[in-house]
Design a protein around this ligand. Sequence first.
Ligand SMILES: [Zn+2]
Length: 375
Amino acid sequence: MTVRRTRDVLADGRELFYFDDTEPFVSGAATRVVPDTRPLGPAGVAGERRRDPLTGDWVVLAAHRMDRTFLPPADECPLCPSGRGSVPSEVPSAEYDVVVFENRFPSLSTRVPDDVPALVDGEALWPSAAADGRCEVVCFTSDHDGTFGNLTPTRARTVIDAWADRTADLSALTGVAQVFCFENRGAEIGVTLAHPHGQIYAYPFVAPRTERLLQLAAGHRAGGGGDLVGDVLAAERRAGARVVLAGEHWTAYVPAAARWPVEVHLTPHRHVPDLAALDDAERDELAVVYLELVRRLDRFHGDPSAPVRLPYVAGWHQAPVGQGRDLVRLQLQVTSVLRAPGKLKYLAGSESGMGAFINDTTPERIAARLREVAA
Ligand SMILES: [Zn+2]
């Protein structure tokens, strides 16, 4: 498996990377690089982040993103290759396999203004800083009507290499504390562009979920346990009731305390902190296992002949950059708000107000359904 990465720079200075697995690009006999001739204004600068004294969590204020592209007509898709629609897109090349570029409307940016105060209103309770970091967009395919689940295993493997490459690069940026690769899918959860794509956030802080996991994992180890995610994986494999599918290197299971009407975790058998640390055999199997998993998700509320497109969030939980790398294992968590066709699970009083989830189904039932709809 060979993938060629080619760097390009867009008209406003943002970086773009082509990841090619087809000829004549993969051998370098031809290049995707063509000039971006759009008259773009300056690239988006970082907004502000503030720390909530009642939770300790950083909140990113991205008010400038209100101007971002919202559900454009298909012939103005900014993620299709240029030349396909009526206007030049974010991708200058006339075709691509997988492409990654800096988000034009970023929540986090390396372009940092120098006028962000260190405190909100001068109060010590309210630390403030620039929302530094970086946001990237990953286009899984140049096919506007495609889905991740319709990729070939080769192309899915290229996406995995792109995620791993970006995780390594972004982790090396000054100030980046954690890298999060994810896919939001479906208008139900706020996706503003129909083209199949994911995103990568390079945060300047450890995200709240990971911060909590670090504390729990440290306590688990201090109490004589192993790595917490690995011990949970072993327990799920022993129990078996919630295991959805298992390979040589990966197991997918519905967690024993699932919070969502559809939820599944995919965990590597070996302790690795992030995608960049996966070896070739693990990446090869991941491409196959992940495709099978997302295809089953579309059969969750339908059947193989009449799949129901499931809105989901698929997020790669990775260890922070500089700490806890032996405590936090890489893990994919896929969750959906669709509890039945046309019926959404809303984060209402208990979930939004208290963070206490009420699930209307059982993890065992979710797992049984995901096994039932195997190909
Ligand atoms: Zn498109």
